[in-house]
Write a protein that binds this ligand. Sequence first.
Ligand SMILES: *Cc1c(COP(=O)(O)O)cnc(C)c1O
Length: 433
Amino acid sequence: MLYSSTSRQTTHVPLERAVLKGLADDGGLYMPASIPVLPASFFERLPQQSLQEIAYAVASAFLREDVPDQVLKRMVAETLNFEIPLVKVEKDIYSLELFHGPTMAFKDVGARFMSRLMAYFNRDKDKELKVIVATSGDTGSAVAAGFHQVPGIQVFILYPKGKVSPLQQKQLTTWGDNITAIEVEGTFDDCQRLAKQALADQELNRRHLLTSANSINIARLIPQSFYYFYAYGQLQRQGKPLVFSVPSGNFGNLTGGLLAAAMGLPVHRFVAATNANDVVPQYLATGIYAPKPSVQTISNAMDVGSPSNYARMEALFGGELEQFRRRITGYTFTDEETRKIIRQVYQRHGYLLDPHGAVAYSGAGKFLSQTKEPATAVFLETAHPAKFKEVMEDTLGEAIAIPARLQRFAEKQERIVPMQNSFQELKVILSEA
Ligand SMILES: *Cc1c(COP(=O)(O)O)cnc(C)c1O
């Protein structure tokens, strides 16, 4: 299968090139040139199938021409070596818990799949593949966990000094082996700029094989469609229209859902739930797409002022506002509303939402209260609440438990490469590792 750029200026490329390049030469994002539609028999079988069986069928529809069957089966099994439970929170509202992976955020799904695919395409190359990722917290650790001890691959994580939570920093800096954690004297934007500069640098590209692990990579997007099918399979018998509420920043998770819908999954509606960074809900309301600098909130993984996957959504909807509106409803929630919902849901239903899941839950509730027809809403719970221990405890006024999986990181030795906000320094680090 071929992949085309959302900028439509370059010709179609094979999967290998799309995955190893990350970004298209014309600056666009890669999308499948045509989206496979799954047969009715696949949807009828969904309720009886396991998460891994479903994921394999979906992955195979995209990748069977590019990756041998047995390799693909193993990739899917290694990606989804954890559960994604669907938990009923109250009447008509379910939580799809995407946080049971190694770093306890939904980014584990995309990062693990991408790492296996990159390793496969790099298998016969004599040069090491250097993977660069800029992170404000969750992405870096999910990518590190995905690539740790994968032969032939070196990972460089750029993170802003003093701007990630203490536990997040532990999750970035304690891997060792083929993972290098670079602490940049600067902001997340500086990290992202340095990563882009490295990927575009001619001299570096002559000497090394470089690629990006940020969410622009198509290999992270495809696996993010798997769990939508799985959730649908479990709720199909209820026979009510299904709504997905997705807590959104760069909109990679929601775009994964749109991919599933384009493959034939009967989704009644998507809710784009955001914090104060509301570029997409604003676009849906006014028809004007106006990216702006991000503002800081308690759901920090969604603090994005210029969502990279907007280009993909635009491509899917042919750039038409009415198409957008037909599929997606946008809602935005303040930090105050988010905290209130966390308290309320905990008191009423005994369910602990993290700040991101709380935004999505609010979106689900608001949609159900405004629609006339009966519907079932699934909200995507994207991180374990303990990752945001300080915010959670401040909101609830009580201590919350840290799972062993996170606690383990806290006890490990950090290894940090300090760096000025300097591209020259980064070049030296990349070349010497
Ligand atoms: C990255 C992230 C999001 C936002 O996902 P996008 O695909 O960027 O929209 C939401 N919640 C958590 C916990 C995340 O880490």
